[in-house]
Design a protein around this ligand. Structure first.
Ligand SMILES: C[S@@+](CC[C@H](N)C(=O)[O-])C[C@H]1O[C@@H](n2cnc3c(N)ncnc32)[C@H](O)[C@@H]1O
Length: 277
């Protein structure tokens, strides 16, 4: 593999230590938008892949531990060809352990896909494109491997936490981060807005559509904190800073607890779709 960027080196290390944390966080939580509801944010993407008898090839870009591919494989759709690419060997090993042998898995970077041009009908990606450096090159590669008319659909981050707890978290996180978080830039800011996606996709894709997807969740404070420790920026804090954050966060969220002790929050995501022109 080519030389990794600083962010990619960190992501490789994180996913070596924390295999499968994304599916652990999202696979069990229902997702909804103004127009529909799904069993999870992964199902938002699988619902866009048609159940047809004709041959269909689907690429999951940055497939992680293969949860999304597993949902598609469970359909037993005879002519559905499934392929996953990820740069993390540890995530791919977890995917290989659970997916049928017919699902092809490849270690690689989105910036340099080792796949033939115009070989993919559907390119899906869950919670990964906003992490990628040189997103313009990733978009060129996505367009190259998709056949003309092929579909692109991705779930990316929109906000961090849903509800009041997001502001509360940011209020306690920012001073600790400015003091103790080593600088590291993940991805391209354009992946955080619909206008940014339009700029990225306009030249080579058509029919861009974007939808807010909410993943509501009512955790106890300790459950919420445990999920937060699996996010990249909190993972990058040293133990002392993480402990300071934990204690400040637990104090700050206490007034937001409902009668049963839980907190109304969740994750704010975005669905981006487009057709390869
Ligand atoms: C947050 S995880 C999401 C994994 C999976 N899509 C899911 O939702 O369960 C991000 C994944 O993107 C992968 N990744 C990040 N940058 C990548 C790149 N440039 N090329 C390929 N994979 C990448 C990481 O290795 C990791 O598995």
């Amino acid at each position: 593999m080519t030389l990794l960027t600083a962010a990619e080196t960190y992501l490789q290390d994180f996913h070596q230590r924390q295999v499968g944390v994304t599916s652990a966080a999202f696979a069990h939580l229902p997702a909804s938008s103004r127009t529909g509801s799904w069993a999870s944010s992964y199902d938002v993407l699988t619902s866009l892949v048609p159940a047809v008898d004709t041959p269909l090839s689907v690429l999951d870009l940055a497939c992680g531990d293969g949860h999304l591919l597993g949902l598609l494989a469970a359909r037993r759709q005879p002519r559905l060809h499934l392929l996953g690419v990820d740069m993390s060997q540890a995530e791919l090993a977890a995917a290989r352990a659970t997916l049928p042998a017919s699902v092809l898995l490849q270690q690689g970077r989105g910036q340099a896909l080792d796949l033939p041009s115009a070989s993919v009908d559907y390119l899906v990606s869950h919670m990964a494109l906003m992490l990628m450096d040189d997103i313009e090159q990733v978009v060129r590669e996505m367009r190259r491997v998709l056949r003309p008319g092929g579909q692109f659909a991705a779930i990316v981050g929109r906000t961090f936490l849903l509800g009041e707890v997001n502001d509360v978290f940011m209020r306690v996180f920012k001073p600790i981060a400015s003091d103790a978080l080593p600088p590291l830039r993940f991805g391209d800011r354009r992946t955080a807005s619909e206008a940014g996606w339009r700029e990225l996709l306009d030249a080579s894709f058509a029919d861009l559509a974007s939808d807010d997807i909410d993943v509501p969740w009512m955790p106890m404070p300790a459950e919420l904190w445990a999920a937060l420790t699996d996010t990249y920026d909190i993972d990058r804090l040293d133990d002392d800073a993480r402990q300071r954050l934990r204690s400040a966060f637990m104090d700050a969220v206490a007034p937001l607890q409902n009668g049963d002790g839980k907190i109304a929050t969740g994750w704010g995501l975005r669905l981006v779709r487009a057709r390869a022109a």
